[in-house]
Structures are given as structure tokens and as C-alpha cells.
Design a protein around this ligand. Structure first.
Ligand code: F3S
Ligand code: F3S
Length: 107
């Protein structure tokens, strides 16, 4: 089980979640951040600090963002399990469902 990040993060990237994660498993793409499903230890510390409420336990993802479970998992298909996000910095890609979104803004 894991937490995931959904669409409200896109183009916002507040990064408050990164500071809370005890295992450094929140990785930064170009337009949003992604939680590594195997490295997350379900501590839940990230969820309440996101100002746009983009973070959900995988069983609680709203229907309109259900694709974001796969987006968080598939983002790591070619990355594997680096065991820490800080050393990677910004990873120059996003999941295809994020790449195709028009620019997002916080309403
Ligand atoms: Fe994104 Fe929220 Fe983290 S906007 S970077 S999920 S604090
Ligand atoms: Fe980190 Fe959030 Fe998981 S703080 S361990 S990504 S629940």
C-alpha cells in the first residue's frame, strides 16, 4: 500500500511534502511530484501538509483522479528504486497523463 500524489500538484509543486517524508521517497518530475510506491512506508506525514490537498492514501483517491495511482507507479518504471529522491533532483519527464494536461493554476 502507498500514498499517491494526484492532479492538484501539477504546476504547483509546493514541495512541503518533501520536507515531511522520513524516507525521502517523494520524487520531483517536471510538472508534479510522485511518491515511490515501494519506498513509501505509509507514515502519512505528507498528506496533511499539502496546501492543495493533492496527496491521498491509495484507497481514498477521488474517482476523477484514479489514473494517478498508475501515474505514480509507472513514473518509476524506468527509474527503479533509487532509495532517495534528493540525490536525483528534478527528473526531466512526467507521466503521459500529466504531459498532456494544459497549464494548471490554483483557483
Ligand atoms: Fe505537490 Fe502538495 Fe507536495 S503541491 S509537491 S503534493 S506539498
Ligand atoms: Fe513519505 Fe508520505 Fe509515504 S511522508 S513515507 S510519502 S506517506
Amino acid at each position: 500500500m502507498t500514498y499517491i500524489i494526484a492532479q492538484p500538484c501539477v504546476d504547483i509543486k509546493d514541495r512541503a511534502c518533501v520536507d515531511e517524508c522520513p524516507v525521502d521517497c517523494i520524487y520531483e518530475g517536471e510538472r508534479m511530484l510522485y511518491i515511490h510506491p515501494d519506498e513509501c512506508v505509509d507514515c502519512g506525514a505528507c498528506e496533511p501538509v499539502c496546501p492543495v490537498e493533492a496527496i491521498f492514501y491509495e484507497d481514498d483517491v477521488p474517482d476523477q483522479w484514479s489514473q494517478y495511482y498508475d501515474a505514480n507507479v509507472q513514473f518509476f518504471d524506468d527509474i527503479g528504486s533509487p532509495g532517495g529522491a534528493a540525490k536525483l533532483g528534478v527528473i526531466p519527464k512526467d507521466h503521459p497523463i500529466v504531459e498532456e494536461l494544459p497549464p494548471q493554476s490554483q483557483d
